[in-house]
Design a protein around this ligand. Structure first.
Ligand code: SF4
Length: 366
């Protein structure tokens, strides 16, 4: 790794330097301290899902720890080569709900818009990895036109969610163009951006990027931190820049076996998100059925036990909602354990945070 540890920390280093000095191609894996067996498995897995890791994110890895939670998220592993029966190429049916290219319309008031199928970092657990490989294209104005025309023709659409691919991996000029095209559609009220950039390439959150997104629309940025080790001084600066621009910041994490599937890991993550970054933990996703990911999934019962323990430890503002994005486009449904034990007429039996069941009698005016 010594040849990768160079001028990125120089005061004039830019986010482009950060990308350039990271892992960008399969051949860059040769520079990492992997064993020959690991290297071979990594190269095979990388042929199925692209590999890219910015330098600063790579520097977070403790190479002496084979189970390092940063490493597990970005370095291809042999587990990815084992596909289980029932796993899916398009786990939440994006393509079935796509009336025009680069757009998914699953719920009436909002759409997903895919301005690019490229990312600043490629996460091994990504549920869109097969689209990223098979479509793989970046941004062009022409490619967006059918999707923008569709949004303009559907007045029920209130929110446009830029996802991908990672929208914040695009140049400022492209972001400004996308934002202006969307805000020209009068019925759209909110621009939402789903991104791993504040986690893996925080230097990309510049004043120019923020300015490109500011306009008529309320902007919500949904970050994707999965572990407290990702919450660095650089991530803190990036989130502060976005908060000061008036963006609403939320986070969605994925529950990943061997990475964050303990009460302690999730507790620290959620507290640091809220208290240090000012980012509200929004969703904790149960693992979807992306191919080659059985080694990273927990059971639902394990997830429920974790969130039950979290609910007792964390304040409401720090607690994410545990959800599953159902196959076949069924949408996100909450999986958290239900505290209602039963009812007898107007009297409900409800389990408290201390585990004790208490009664609540409904008293309402007729
Ligand atoms: S940044 Fe998002 S879309 Fe890209 S690989 Fe990671 S999870 Fe998938």
């Amino acid at each position: 790794m010594t040849d990768l540890k160079d001028a990125i920390h120089a005061p004039d280093a830019t986010w482009q330097d950060d990308v350039r000095r990271g892992v960008r191609h399969v051949r860059d894996l040769d520079r990492l301290p992997l064993s020959p067996a690991e290297r071979q498995a990594a190269q095979e897995a990388a042929s199925r899902h692209k590999v890219r890791v910015p330098k600063t994110y790579l520097d977070l890895i403790d190479w002496d720890d084979p189970a390092d939670p940063i490493r597990a998220q970005v370095i291809p592993s042999p587990g990815e080569l084992e596909e289980a029966d029932g796993e899916l190429g398009d786990p939440i049916a994006d393509h079935d709900f796509s009336p025009v290219p680069r757009l998914t319309h699953r719920h009436a008031d909002r759409v997903l818009l895919f301005p690019t199928y490229q990312c600043a970092v490629y996460c091994r657990f990504c549920f869109r990895k097969e689209s990223l490989t098979s479509i793989g294209r970046g941004y062009t104005r022409e490619a967006q036109e059918p999707a923008l025309a569709y949004i303009a023709d559907h007045p029920e659409i209130r929110e446009v969610i830029l996802t991908g691919g990672d929208p914040l991996s695009l140049p400022d000029s492209a972001l400004a163009e996308i934002r202006a095209s969307i805000e020209a559609i009068a019925h759209v009220r909110l621009l939402r951006i789903h991104t791993r950039v504040p986690v893996a390439l925080p230097s990309r959150i510049t004043s120019g990027l923020v300015a490109a997104l500011q306009g008529r629309l309320m902007v919500t940025v949904v970050t994707h931190f999965n572990h407290a080790r990702e919450i660095t001084a650089a991530a803190e600066t990036a989130c502060r820049t976005m908060r000061q621009a008036g963006f609403v910041l939320l986070n969605q994490s994925v529950l990943l076996k061997g990475i964050n599937d303990s009460v302690e890991a999730l507790e620290e993550l959620c507290r640091e998100l809220m208290y240090r970054l000012g980012v509200k933990p929004y969703y904790l996703h149960h693992g979807d059925l992306a191919r080659g990911m059985a080694h990273r999934r927990t059971t639902i019962a394990e997830g429920q036990a974790l969130v039950e323990a979290l609910r007792a430890r964390l304040s409401g503002i720090c607690n994410p909602v545990y959800v599953l994005d159902l196959p076949e486009g069924g949408g996100k449904v909450p999986l958290g354990p239900c505290p209602i034990e039963g009812r007898d007429g107007e009297t409900w039996r409800i389990r408290g945070l201390d585990g004790e069941v208490r009664t609540y009698r409904e008293i309402v005016k007729a």
